[in-house]
Design a protein around this ligand. Structure first.
Ligand code: CP3
Length: 354
């Protein structure tokens, strides 16, 4: 694999000095882009889009054609893995993801097994096709859901404001939740390794719901299986180590422990004081984040001011990647995204990471 023209993102993950702060946005390919909505309409559904490598490639590249982002992220979903376990993923418009079958009982959890990776071939084919389309331009991020966040959807059968049944299980039947996250950890490690083989330059674990757990339960059911996954990841086919990002939403109180599980970087949501996180974690990990996505639904002056504030708070130390604190929202004006990216690049060149 010839060297990338823009490897600023990978350098920042390795905590090396960079000429400016790299930026990408969670959910950068999505409904705020009119061309995404057009491709999705052509595909017929979100799942058809995600399961057709040529269309997944097309939408992965769409935000990069508009904005000078420093990384691409595979267009897919975290719920492809439980879908491949036979749970039957579908989407109801306006209601988010649903499963035809759940794994909420002792019997269904005992029967669960990591899927044959052949059933997720469409994802690895998409990774290969996206890499060929990107050429040497920017790195590609592969991703998966955390074992615990996948378990939330598998137990509940869909989204929930508080996943109460999952938290109840963490206290009443820790043996069941443990078996579920352990099966998921085996599946996610194999899934990420296949993405690495197919060409992913970095991988990210999305732990959207780990922050709902008690501190002890977070360590046991979220951090522990993520540590096992990170330990099981392989280098790239050419021997390069693959940098990793771990993002738990709502776990600002556990950053110190999260910094020790072996990830290259921690993703931070907007509730975290990134200056304080840097002070407390020192140079143990790179940091990624953490502008509130709601800022992009204000006005241009506010977008620029709040973006500058995050850059200032993150400070000049190497090992910082600008991002939002969670996914970009539908309805975000394109001009606001352009201003954000421009501000990050301009402001960080004035005061480059050393
Ligand atoms: O960042 C990217 O551009 C890559 C694509 C990506 C998607 N989902 C596409 C998507 C990524 C990284 C995800 C991860 C994901 N999926 C997470 C973890 C990150 C997070 O946001 O917390 C979770 C919890 C899911 C599960 C999921 N998939 C939900 C809850 C929804 C509905 C969300 C909504 O806003 O309606 C999805 C569907 C989904 N995944 C969409 C996209 C672009 C919207 C589908 C559509 O076009 O209608």
């Amino acid at each position: 694999m010839p060297a990338l023209e823009n490897d600023v993102f990978l350098r920042a993950l390795r905590r090396e000095p960079t000429p400016y702060t790299p930026v990408w946005l969670m959910r950068q390919a999505g409904r705020y882009l009119p061309e995404y909505n057009a491709t999705r309409a052509r595909a017929g559904s979100f799942l058809a889009l995600a399961k057709t490598p040529s269309l997944a490639t097309e939408v992965t590249l769409q935000p990069l054609a508009r904005f000078p982002l420093d990384a691409a992220i595979l267009f897919s979903d975290i719920l492809t893995v439980p879908d491949a376990m036979g749970l039957g993923l579908y989407f109801v418009d306006g209601e988010g993801p649903k499963f035809e079958r759940t794994t909420a009982t002792a019997e269904s959890i005992a029967a669960l097994a990591a899927p044959d990776m052949a059933s997720l071939r469409y994802v690895f084919d998409a990774v290969g096709e996206i890499k060929r389309a990107l050429g040497r331009s920017v790195p590609l991020i592969g991703f998966a859901g955390s074992p615990f966040t996948l378990a939330c959807y598998m137990i509940e059968g869909g989204g929930s404001p508080d996943f109460a049944s999952v938290r109840r299980m963490s206290y009443a039947r820790p043996d069941l939740l443990r078996r579920l996250v352990d099966v998921n950890a085996v599946a996610v490690a194999a899934y990420l390794n296949e993405q690495i083989t197919a060409g992913a330059d970095a991988v990210m674990i999305f732990d959207t719901w780990g922050g709902l757990l008690s501190h002890a339960a977070y360590r046991q059911f979220s951090l522990r299986p993520m540590r096992e996954i990170l330990a099981a990841l392989k280098p790239a086919p050419d021997g390069r180590a693959i940098p990793t990002i771990l993002f738990t939403k709502g776990a600002g109180a556990s950053l110190d422990e999260a910094a020790d599980v072996g990830a290259s970087a921690l993703g931070l949501d907007w509730t975290v004081d990134i200056a304080k996180a840097r002070r407390e974690l020192g140079r143990r990990v790179a940091l990624q984040g953490n502008l509130d996505p709601l800022v992009l639904l204000t006005d241009l002056d506010t977008v620029v001011r709040e973006t500058e504030a995050v850059i200032q708070a993150a400070g000049p130390a190497p090992g910082y990647i600008f991002n939002l604190g969670h996914g970009i929202l539908p309805g975000t004006p394109l001009a606001h995204v352009a201003a954000l990216v421009e501000t990050v690049h301009r402001e960080s060149r004035v005061n480059p990471a050393q």
